[in-house]
Design a protein around this ligand. Structure first.
Ligand code: NAG
Ligand code: NAG
Length: 522
């Protein structure tokens, strides 16, 4: 081994040797839930491995802490239990049925309870009252605006980790242009293929509703909560968009093309590790299924076992008629299941999707799942239930690598389920489009995780990198959209018109009088 190779190996086994400086970074990830935890933990682990000192306020203990910088964990007790209880008492398959307003109020109250658990935690209080300093604070943007107080306390740059792509919430923080004519609202997703009058009007309606709910409901509530714990803090409206960098878990292979300001950086799929070996039984099962396998999982929050039994019956009868095998993540016994259906309580999703015999993925359309399916080039049948799932499914449909059957709607029937499966399994275009997206996904100058670490360090190195923030970020909406200028122009035109009219009247009025006087004197 020559000396250069030795250095290469050293760099590989000892990635924590900091290139330049090692920084003190505080990550505040107060929102429980497995997918949120995966996203935050993966990023913080990599920062540790890069040699930085990481303090993480989190809801689940970090497993397998990597070698590198020092790690300190502040666990918010009771938060995960609170969340599990909330999930257990609300059957998620029913959430979409309850009215929008009642859902909003329930959600706001639960979100506020989670924030209170965080601020009121004795170790968090200790940290705040110590005179420790940090070089940057990283917060996940998810019902978390009051947490931006941390960056204010330490007077350091605030970095946002956004678990999804650009949307009205984060666009607002950094003044990202997001034309309502084609940039779909979070709840609409991709409508770039059909920019009809009705779709654009619908998009406008969603944006205005969100603006009103945020300005007159969410923001005042969050502001009051923050001041309950930090009476001397400035108004939340001053803190909430003092943001240095936004890391977006999206990529042009996964999202329609959209504008991004320089301090928004795409790191879509950064959380995906290279595939590992499958457990022996799964490997053998998949290897011995040349007819193909359909992988079926509704994610970590929704449980397939909670589906109404009547639905379970017709799903099983459709699956039983297929020549392919089905591997279903199902959380309890399933008596009377057809011969070709195999169930397991838990499955290593990534490694299963990597197997060449996987033909199709039946999914709830969560962002982690839809990203992983592109990573491996597998088409999907999406059965979205709530949140951003429907928008993710829309993107799969418009990119041609999937079909969507929305849960809790008249379209979710046995006939449609059967028809969709047959179409997806027999029309090769879905697989071709999935493979095309897979190629786009992997065609980048560097791994997305490397991009993430680079931009975090860059932001710290340049003290928040204010040169990347567009001037529009701090403008109120009426200035941003030039409404004040248009009003002045309109008023100006009105004045010109009125004066003109008045002058014409005076002039011609006088002329006419003069003419008649002249006539008389003649
Ligand atoms: C904070 O915790 C204390 C107990 O440690 C409790 O008495 C108090 O009610 C809590 N406050 C809030 C706002 O949750
Ligand atoms: C805004 O962020 C900068 C760092 O990027 C920080 O120095 C400043 O104190 C923050 N402003 C407020 C009001 O917290």
């Amino acid at each position: 081994m020559n000396i250069l190779n030795l250095f290469g190996v050293l760099a590989f086994v000892a990635p924590w040797i900091c290139n330049g400086e090692c920084y003190k970074i505080l990550g505040v990830f107060h929102f429980p839930g497995i997918s949120h935890n995966i996203l935050s933990t993966k990023l913080m682990k990599r920062l540790l491995a890069a040699g930085h000192d990481v303090t993480m306020i989190t809801t689940l203990p970090m497993k397998d802490v990597p070698k590198g910088g020092t790690y300190r964990e502040i666990l918010i007790e009771g938060s995960e239990e609170y969340f599990q209880h909330m999930m257990a008492t609300n059957n998620l398959f029913e959430v979409d049925k309850s009215g929008l307003i009642s859902m909003l109020i329930t959600m706001t109250n639960s979100f506020q309870d989670l924030l209170k658990l965080t601020f009121n935690n004795s170790k968090v209080q200790q940290l705040i009252n110590s005179n420790e300093m940090f070089d940057a604070v990283i917060v996940e943007q998810f019902a978390s605006d009051p947490l931006k107080i941390f960056a204010h306390i330490y007077g350091c740059p605030l970095i946002i980790l956004n678990s999804i792509g650009p949307n009205s919430v984060v666009n607002n923080l950094v003044g990202n242009p997001s034309p309502i004519s084609y940039a779909g609202h979070l709840f609409i997703g991709d409508f770039s293929k059909d920019l009809s009058l009705i779709n654009r009007a619908k998009n406008l309606f969603f944006h205005i509703s969100e603006y009103l709910v945020f300005t007159f409901f969410m923001l005042p509530h969050d502001d009051a909560l923050m001041h309950e714990f930090f009476p001397y803090a400035p108004p939340l409206s001053e803190l909430y968009n003092n943001v240095s960098l936004i890391l977006l878990n999206s990529h042009t292979s996964l999202y329609p093309a959209l504008p991004l300001v320089p301090n928004m950086v795409e790191i879509g799929g950064y959380f995906i590790d290279p595939s590992k070996k499958l457990p022996k039984d799964l490997q053998e099962f998949l290897d011995n299924s040349p007819e193909g396998v359909i992988y079926f999982s509704l994610g970590s929050n929704l449980k397939s076992k909670d589906l109404p039994s009547e639905q379970k019956q017709w799903i099983l009868s459709v699956l039983g008629n297929l020549k392919e095998k089905v591997l279903w993540k199902f959380e309890e016994d399933l008596p009377g299941k057809p011969k070709n259906v195999f169930i397991k309580k838990w499955l290593p999703q990534q490694d299963v999707l990597a197997h060449p015999n996987i033909k199709l993925f039946i999914t709830h359309g969560g962002l982690l799942s839809t990203t992983e399916t592109i990573y491996h080039g597998v088409p999907i049948l999406a059965i979205p239930v709530f949140g951003d799932q429907s928008a993710n499914a829309d993107r799969a449909v418009s990119s041609g690598y999937g079909l969507k059957l929305k849960y809790n709607t008249p379209e979710f029937t046995k006939e449609n389920f059967e028809e969709s499966l047959n179409e997806l399994l027999h029309n090769p275009k879905y697989r071709e489009n999935a493979k095309f997206r897979q190629k786009l996904y992997h065609d980048r100058p560097e791994e997305p995780m490397k991009t993430a670490i680079y931009w975090i360090e860059y932001t710290i190195r340049h003290r928040g990198a204010p040169h990347l923030t567009v001037a529009g970020a701090k403008l109120p909406w009426y200035k941003y959209f030039m409404v004040d200028v248009f009003v002045v122009i309109l008023l100006g035109l009105l004045v010109v018109y009125k004066t003109g009219k008045w002058a014409v009247k005076k002039l011609f009025g006088r002329n006419r009088n003069q003419i008649s006087i002249n006539k008389k004197t003649n």
